[in-house]
Design a protein around this ligand. Sequence first.
Ligand code: CP
Ligand code: NVA
Length: 306
Amino acid sequence: MKKDFLAVSDYSPKELQEMLDLAIDLKTEHFSGGNKPLFKGKVLAMIFQKPSLRTRMSFDMAMRHLDGDALYLSPAEIGLGQRESIADIARVLSGYVDAIMARVFDHAHVVELAKWSSIPVINGLSDYNHPCQAMADALTIIEKFGSMKGLNVTFVGDGNNVAVSLLHICTKLGANFTLACPEGYDMLPSAIEIGKKFAAESGSKISFTRDPYAAVEKAHVIYTDTWTSMGQEAETEKRKAVFPPYQVNQKLVDEADKDVIVMHCLPAHRGQELTDEVADGPHSVIFPQAHNRLHAQKAILVKLLA
Ligand code: CP
Ligand code: NVA
């Protein structure tokens, strides 16, 4: 196991599958009397440069369920790279706590934290990727379909951080991945290249289209995310004009496999990327998916810390 969890692309399919199997075991254990006190006396520092509900709560609760603790550091609190250098923060925290989870703007900052800390660092979302989300997504898909192998996973919307981690976990674990996005909102070419390599290794396929209807044909999973990610607020109006054809609504869902599941990392902007009808409809798994953050992250923490 590596020291840090910064990207699913850093892990082999076998390691990812082991973490997901452990997540299922920890989830079962949690619902049959509670987890073992594996983290007694252990503390996770949680650094946030952006807001959060799921990441903050699920990491905090994951630590508590295993008898550990978590400390929240707000954006204003430590001024990552402003009040103090990232290298110094990493070395100071390494003497106080047992692991760091960080949500940052610039992906290079979480890499820098990991470089300088002697304790594990977990990426709780950067502008590049969202690996903890991808683990919860994979767990949710596996619970529904048994495996990711051979499934068709379609992401409709911005080729953003969530899409990057989804592409990487899909291609690592043998699912086909399609992205339907408007021109100008494509996924980073370097992330696509990484996905292509994994797809060649696992035998899965990757495709890209501008047509959301073509993209969801035969889809087992339709995934969407906000049109405007945190940090892009100045572009909100511009994006609102471009993205409506990529809304996940009932008409689009009707084009997919009859057993399709609809996923969203949340927070959702209902009426924009996802309609209420779909979010609250029979295909939606958005709440079990959010709850699986807790179980997937417990597995990540146990692998890194226990
Ligand atoms: N999906 C997710 O990471 O949610 P938060 O931004 O609320 O943590
Ligand atoms: N793409 C979104 C995900 C939020 C969990 C963002 O970066 O804001």
